[in-house]
Design a protein around this ligand. Structure first.
Ligand code: HEC
Length: 294
């Protein structure tokens, strides 16, 4: 039956492609050559399966029924085993016997020799590949390559500020940081805090008084997580950690600038390194919050 052939072919295709995909998931992305090997291995596997189905399955055999196919399989089995048929066993019987167990002088089965010579062939291919032509790197070289890539990825993460959070945020009052912060402030914050930080809907950011604590850590946290119920937006989805750090530093740099029409101070007077404040924010660690009551 034709659909039987189609079924076998589909099964073969599925098993080989799924094996290839399982492999792909575990290989590292930078080894493009691995994909080529996988593709080649998949094609060879499929070709092999098709050959098995067409040659040994014997398409007419399948359509005509089981006997021919069974014959083809037993032919293959004989070819791989080459054992002496039972009725001729006495010809190769060796003349020793122990507890009724007798030994036969069979030839070494071809399947065993194929495996044995196969290992030799593979070892030559392996040696040429890894040690003579060095097409593929040895484990140590692969390790070094991966370390190189990892270092580059880490540097990129540091550059974009992925490691900056409320535990690592730094007080940085250099010009580049403040300029970046000012740009971010003008675009996102001035509508509520005033163009110079004197306060509009939001509180004055230029005085010594803070509702949620001053200092880089508290300000960073307020900007990052916001105070949604009081109308202060959480900025962590709009600004990346480096930008949060820059704008927080810019806010701190406004201290004492006394812009015109500034709002009255709100909150508590903040000085660095004093008692731990019970934080009104839900998130983050509280260790770094320090403030003094007026
Ligand atoms: C939609 C208006 C709005 C915008 C936009 C806004 N804020 Fe606020 N902000 C507020 C309000 C309102 C508060 C006061 C929250 C409270 O009373 O708890 C506040 C509080 C703060 C505080 C805490 C002040 C304190 O006394 O503890 C900081 C710091 C702050 N904002 C910085 C920023 C920065 C930086 C931006 C821009 C990235 C920004 N805000 C954008 C409305 C806003």
């Amino acid at each position: 039956m034709k659909h039987k052939i189609i079924l076998i072919t589909a099964l073969a295709l599925m098993s080989f492609s799924s094996a290839a995909f399982a492999q792909t998931a575990t290989t590292t992305t930078q080894h493009q050559s691995d994909y080529n090997y996988l593709a080649a291995a998949t094609i060879v596997g499929i070709a092999f399966m098709l050959f098995m189905v067409i040659y040994f399955g014997n398409i007419e055999g399948i359509t005509a029924g089981a006997p021919k196919r069974a014959k083809a399989w037993s032919k293959l089995k004989d070819m791989l085993n080459r054992s002496v048929p039972i009725e001729k066993e006495k010809d190769i019987m060796m003349d020793h016997e122990f507890d009724g167990i007798k030994e036969l002088d069979n030839t070494i089965p071809p399947w065993f020799n194929i495996l044995f010579y196969g290992t030799i062939v593979i070892s030559v291919v392996y040696m040429l590949n890894y040690h003579v032509f060095k097409i593929n790197g040895l484990s140590a070289e692969e390790y070094n390559d991966e370390m190189k890539v990892a270092t580059m990825q880490r540097e990129e993460l540091i550059r974009t500020g992925a490691f900056i959070n409320e535990n690592t945020v730094k007080l940085m009052q250099d010009e580049a940081t403040l300029n970046e912060g000012k740009t971010i402030y003008s675009a996102n914050c001035s509508a509520c805090h005033g163009p110079a930080g004197g306060g509009l809907i939001g509180p004055n950011l230029t005085d010594d008084f803070w509702i949620h604590g001053g200092g880089i850590v508290n300000v960073f946290k307020t900007v990052k997580y916001g105070v949604p119920i009081k109308g202060m937006v959480s900025w962590q989805n709009q600004l990346n950690p480096k930008q949060l750090q820059a704008v927080s530093n810019y806010v701190l740099s406004l201290k004492g600038t006394n812009p015109p029409n500034a709002k009255q101070p709100e909150g508590d007077k903040y000085t660095d390194s004093t008692s731990v404040k019970t934080d009104s924010l839900k998130t983050g660690t509280q260790k770094a919050d320090t403030t003094t009551k007026k």
